[in-house]
Structures are given as C-alpha cells and as structure tokens.
Design a protein around this ligand. Structure first.
Ligand SMILES: Nc1ncnc2c1ncn2[C@@H]1O[C@H](COP(=O)(O)OP(=O)(O)OP(=O)(O)O)[C@@H](O)[C@H]1O
Ligand SMILES: [Mg+2]
Length: 221
C-alpha cells in the first residue's frame, strides 16, 4: 500500500487522541506499517518547541510569534518524520496539523488567514494531508470533557476562544470539503471508533474477522 498522511483535528477534548490510538491499534493488528505522531512536536527538537509553546510565559507572546513557533516545529517534523514515512509507504497518523493553526492562531488569536497562508508556503509549501478527520463536538461539550484532566495553557482559554476556534475549523472544512470527513464525536467512544473506521475504509481496508482471509467471504459453520 502507498503511503498516506492522515490528520486528526478538533477542539481540545473532542477525542482525537483516543481515536487515533484506536486506528493505530487496528493497523497494528493488520500489520499495516504506520507511525503515530503529533503537533506541535514530533521530533526531539520540535518537542522542545512544543514545551515552549505550552508554557505559561508563552501567553504573553504575540500571535505571529506563536505562529512562527508552530510552523518552525511543523517544518522540522515534516522533513524529519512525516515525508520520509510517507515515502516509505507508511500510514502517518498525525494528531493536529496546519488546520489547527488556522483554527487556534487564526480563529482563536486573530492572526489573519493570509498571514498564516504566507507562513505555510514558506514552512511546508502548503503541504496538505491526504485526509483529515474532524471530530465534531460543541465548544460547551468539549469543555465538559476537559474537566478533571490536567489543563495546559490552551485548555484554560475561554469558551469564547473555543467558539472562534470552532468557527475557523468550519471555514477550513467549507474551503476543502473533499479532504475533510466530519465525525460526530458526541457519541460513545466505540460508536465514534466505528464511524472512524467506516470513514477510512476506502483508504484502509476494514479489519476482517479472525480466521478469514482477506477477499474471501466468511462462511457459517
Ligand atoms: N466519545 C467519547 N465520549 C466520552 N468521553 C470521551 C469520548 N472520547 C474521548 N473521551 C474522553 O474525553 C477526554 C478527552 O479525550 P482525548 O484526550 O482523546 O481528546 P483530544 O481531542 O485528544 O484532546 P486534546 O486536544 O486536549 O489532546 C478523555 O478523558 C477521554 O477519555
Ligand atoms: Mg489529544
């Protein structure tokens, strides 16, 4: 199978990481070569940038500085990890990518989309994923799910911030409907997992029941 670049997007608490791990486990069972990675971060150096990004002091920085930090991390991640894995025929499952920048630094922080596009051209030549799953959950429900978990700098943002983030995601989806798939993230974890599997079935053939060879129909006893 050829390499694939699949990204997971949505508000904090929408279930991206939970579902990404499920997909990875399913690929593992099927022996499909894959890697799991995330943004910001994904390489030792990019993880250092992630730590900086999530520190309380970073709340003081200008939105464009924040933008440059995430694109610096992204470029290194793309060069060092994502592109080599895709070239090697692996499935890359990535928790957040450039859509998050449009959503958070754009919608959340008010950096104009044309400034983000400019930085994206420089950092990644506007590299788009092959497919992006958007985990749809209202800002209010996402906030409820985040309760109890250790909050980082972004998790502490206001509901108004998350509403702007959500709207910016909606603009991204409207602009590139062929790349996005919207997953209803408000249902129980197993139901969301089934929706994810169905949504990816054209790219990643579904798991066959144990003992049944691919391409052969299961027969009763
Ligand atoms: N479908 C679901 N129903 C109820 N709770 C869920 C569901 N999916 C995930 N959760 C729970 O919600 C919380 C957030 O999930 P998760 O960490 O996967 O979200 P995330 O999108 O990766 O968030 P972040 O952006 O903050 O990393 C976790 O406690 C998780 O167990
Ligand atoms: Mg997560």
């Amino acid at each position: 199978m050829g390499g694939l670049f699949i990204t997971f997007e949505g508000l904090d608490g929408s279930g991206k990481s939970t579902q990404l791990q499920r997909v990875a486990a399913s690929l593992e069972r099927r022996g499909v070569a894959h890697i799991v990675t995330r943004e910001p971060g994904g390489t030792p150096f990019a993880d250092l940038l992630r730590d900086l990004f999530l520190r309380r002091e970073a709340a003081q920085v200008d939105g464009v500085v924040e933008l440059m930090l995430v694109f610096a991390s992204r470029r290194q991640h793309l060069i060092e990890v994502i592109e080599p894995a895709v070239a090697d025929g692996s499935v890359v499952l990535c928790d957040r990518f450039t859509d998050s920048t449009y959503a958070y630094q754009g919608g959340g922080r008010g950096v104009p989309p044309e400034v983000i596009a400019q930085a994206d051209r420089l950092a990644t030549s506007c590299r788009a994923p092959d497919r992006t799953l958007f985990f749809e959950l209202s800002p209010e429900e996402a906030q409820l799910r985040r309760r109890g978990a250790a909050a980082d700098r972004i998790d502490r943002e206001s509901l108004a911030f998350y509403r702007r983030v959500h709207e910016a995601y909606e603009r991204r989806m409207a602009a590139e409907p062929e790349r996005f798939r919207v997953i209803d993230a408000a249902t129980p974890i197993d139901d969301v997992a089934r929706a994810v599997e169905a949504t990816l079935s054209d790219l990643l053939p579904a798991e066959t029941p144990a003992g049944v060879e691919p391409g052969r129909k299961a027969v009763g006893p």
